[in-house]
Design a protein around this ligand. Structure first.
Ligand code: VG1
Ligand code: CO
Length: 704
């Protein structure tokens, strides 16, 4: 475990010395206080005059042989006042006893290899069948191509720190060992690995942004195919996140892909020891390379505790008339859920469902059939528990049903929110969080900006309009939100002019910022990924603030949703997925649709007039990059929309997504089933696109 001590001159040096020492030594049990185990990492951060205190403590504890100074880092930090910036020093202490010295060869071998076709990263990294990933040089080629792209753009790979972790699926642990050996061969000096190889996607982002004082690593490899099933016969994936903690932007992933087409050799240290990633500690190999294996939850949960008011959520959870459940779907979220709900918020162990990470997320015979995908179709166990069916309608009397239920996907960046017999659609959830944002301490002054992906419903736009804040519409995929969150941030401390590292001090600052997607992804600028746990805590915080008085009846999730519709109206919304379609007819369908766009405008279809029809193109307002071909969008004069896209996360064939939306004013009928309301739009979509004829499919495989 790690801790950060922020030194100031308001307390004497001896106070901090004692504190650092007791963290490193641990504290024995006393009276009714439990023992505190020793911590492996103590980070001292200090500004201005406190810097000498940090040096004094580090030097003293090293002399006492209690700790090793693993790193001393300096950077400039913005401060209020005329100085504007001040020097900032971070001293990283590693507990001597937790340090394991290992021998091993650091000799680098250049292995020759040939390009492998199809290594193009999609919406969120490269995803393929696990067996393909396990094939000769498959992972190695992609990893080397990434290092080469980074080095070509002056990312400080050499001598740098790299984060590696994954969602725990089959092949995760082996891949981590390979990446470690390749990273060392490519000059990386320090590798941070989540214990047991686990790091959720948002946690990896939090580690980059906050561990050891923040912004130490140059990036992270996250091993995940997210909600796609895991196992030898299922999917595996890898993605690279940059030094801001966000997914590599398109210019980087394009560069990686180009490299995979010409790669001739990769570098690996074959004699580097295989690391014990099941035991926390800091391993020093050959006196030169440091591998830290650390608790996967500490940085992320530590950050969330700064964003939210845990005490008020704790009070909500303690209420006798409130109960909740949380389904980790046997993905990576289990350890995080236990830490947050049970250890920090005092909920009983029984709130945790499927909280043990499994390599196959429970596999084919589990209720979710191994799809760690939090939606009404796959989160079967939770949906049943919450008293609804797979179209979100109430089932049974509601007796004994918890008041709140939520779930995460395999890599824990997604969330599904449920109330007692009540489903909140992700687009509505985003809008409701926006409308109630100031309940959350991190946002107490409100939002400066927000964004949604293009296929996400326009519910957020209505809130943004009322609050008079900018609302951006981006292509699908979290990487497009990154620039908006980094905009106006000078990020002192980054010296290299590389990749995404060209920060944008001149452009508008939009933080605090909220963003989300219809695909059960919600998040904010505390990290640069969507964050499943964040969304759930946001809802719990809203519930806590709507229920300040325990003697009054509980204001429920259902009520909060309905109250929202009464103010803003309701964006009835559904997504139809046609999975496992042949690529060729899917591409033909999209091409035909694009051609049709030119003539659709102004025409009438089943009594609905087309206002616009286009292939969505995004012009990034921050770095001015252009992303074309992001989905066919048909908008009608009554505000209804039909959108067609091909998925970019599948591992084989094609998945067609059809997004349907119909707006109803606050004075209209707000209590219909979304599936019924959008049905006529779905029929129209099939007619316009010729989908059934081209693909041979009459009905979608999944409706969300
Ligand atoms: C899907 C979703 C998209 C999401 C992406 C990654 O992409 O539609 O909104 O960002 O998955 O989510 P696509 O290209 O298949 O539509 V995750 O949780 O799978 O990393
Ligand atoms: Co995911």
């Amino acid at each position: 475990m790690a801790v950060e001590l922020r030194l100031t001159t308001s307390k004497p040096a001896s106070f901090y010395l004692r504190a650092a020492r007791s963290f490193l030594e641990g504290v024995p049990a006393k009276d009714d206080k439990p023992a505190k185990p020793p911590l492996d990492t103590v980070t001292l951060t200090a500004l201005g005059n406190a810097i000498s205190v940090a040096c004094f403590i580090g030097g003293t504890l090293e002399k006492e042989r209690l700790a090793t100074i693993a790193a001393v880092r300096t950077k400039w930090t913005p401060v209020a006042g005329p100085m504007k910036h001040t020097p900032n020093v971070t001293v990283v202490l590693k507990r001597k006893e937790a340090e394991k010295l290992m021998s091993g060869s650091l000799a680098v071998t250049n292995e020759s290899t040939d390009p492998i076709a199809g290594q193009k990263p999609g919406t969120s990294g490269l995803r393929k069948k696990t067996k393909e990933f396990m094939g000769k040089n498959y992972l190695e080629n992609f990893v080397q191509s990434t290092f080469d792209a980074l080095k070509a753009t002056n990312v400080p790979v050499e001598g740098g720190t790299l984060v590696v972790g994954g969602d725990g699926r089959y092949y995760n642990k082996d891949a981590i060992q390979i990446i470690t050996k390749m990273a060392v061969a490519n000059g990386v000096k320090t590798i941070w690995i989540g214990k047991d190889g686990l790091l959720s996607t948002p946690a990896a982002s939090a580690v980059i942004r906050t561990r050891e004082g923040g912004f130490v690593p140059f990036g992270a490899f996250i091993l995940s195919a997210s909600h796609n099933p895991g196992g030898l016969d299922e999917d595996f994936g890898i993605k690279f996140n940059c030094e801001n903690g966000g997914p590599a932007p398109e210019k980087v992933t394009n560069m990686i892909f180009e490299n995979t087409k010409t790669i001739k050799e990769y570098k690996i240290c074959k004699g580097f020891p295989t690391m014990d990633i099941g035991t926390s500690g800091t391993y020093v190999v050959d006196g030169k390379i440091r591998v830290d294996v650390f608790d996967c939850a500490e940085d992320h949960v530590g950050l969330l505790m700064k964003v939210f008011d845990f005490d008020s959520i704790k009070k909500l959870i303690a209420r006798k008339d409130f109960s909740m459940v949380y389904d980790s779907m046997n993905g990576v979220q289990g350890p995080y859920a236990r830490r947050v709900f049970v250890e920090e918020l005092g909920a009983p162990e029984s709130v945790l469902m499927n909280a043990v990470p499994k390599e196959d997320f429970g596999g084919k015979n589990s209720p979710s059939h191994g799809h760690a995908d939090p939606n009404l179709t796959y989160a079967v166990e939770l949906v049943q528990k919450m008293g609804t069916n797979k179209t979100g309608e109430k089932v049974g009397s509601g007796e004994g049903v918890p008041d709140f239920g939520a779930a995460a996907d395999g890599d824990a960046d997604r969330n599904m929110i449920l109330g007692k017999q009540w489903f909140v659609s992700p687009s509505d959830s985003l809008a409701i969080i926006a409308a109630n944002i100031s309940c959350i301490p991190f946002f107490k002054e409100g939002l400066k900006g927000c964004a949604r992906s293009m296929p996400t419903s326009g519910a957020l736009d209505l809130v943004a309009k009322k609050k008079k804040i900018p609302c951006f519409v981006t292509p699908t995929g979290w990487k497009f939100f990154g620039n908006l969150m980094d905009s106006g941030d000078e990020k002192l401390g980054f010296t290299s002019e590389h990749l995404h590292g060209k920060y944008f001090p001149e452009t508008e600052n939009y933080t605090p910022f909220l963003c989300g997607e219809e695909s059960f992804g919600t998040g904010a600028n505390h990290v640069r990924e969507k964050d499943g746990m964040w969304a759930v805590l946001a809802w719990l915080q809203i519930l806590a603030s709507k229920n300040p008085d325990e003697s009054k009846p509980l204001v429920t999730v259902e009520q909060i949703t309905k109250d929202h519709w009464k103010v803003y109206g309701r964006n009835y919304y559904c997504r139809y997925d046609y999975e496992g379609v042949e690529s060729e007819p899917a591409n033909t369908m999209m091409k035909n649709l694009e051609e049709k766009c030119a003539t659709l405008k102004g025409t009438e279809l089943k009594g609905m007039k087309v206002e616009s029809a286009e292939n969505f193109e995004y012009n990034d307002p921050v770095d001015k990059s252009v992303s074309a071909n992001q989905g066919i969008k048909i908008v009608f004069t009554d505000g209804s929309r039909i959108i067609f896209r091909l998925s970019g996360t599948g591992s084989a064939g094609a998945t067609i997504r059809v997004y349907l939306e119909k707006y109803e004013k606050p004075s209209g009928n707000l209590d219909l089933s979304q599936f019924e309301v959008v049905k006529p739009l779905a029929d129209l979509a099939l007619e316009i696109s010729d989908l059934p004829k081209l693909t041979g499919r009459d009905s979608p495989t999944v409706i969300t």
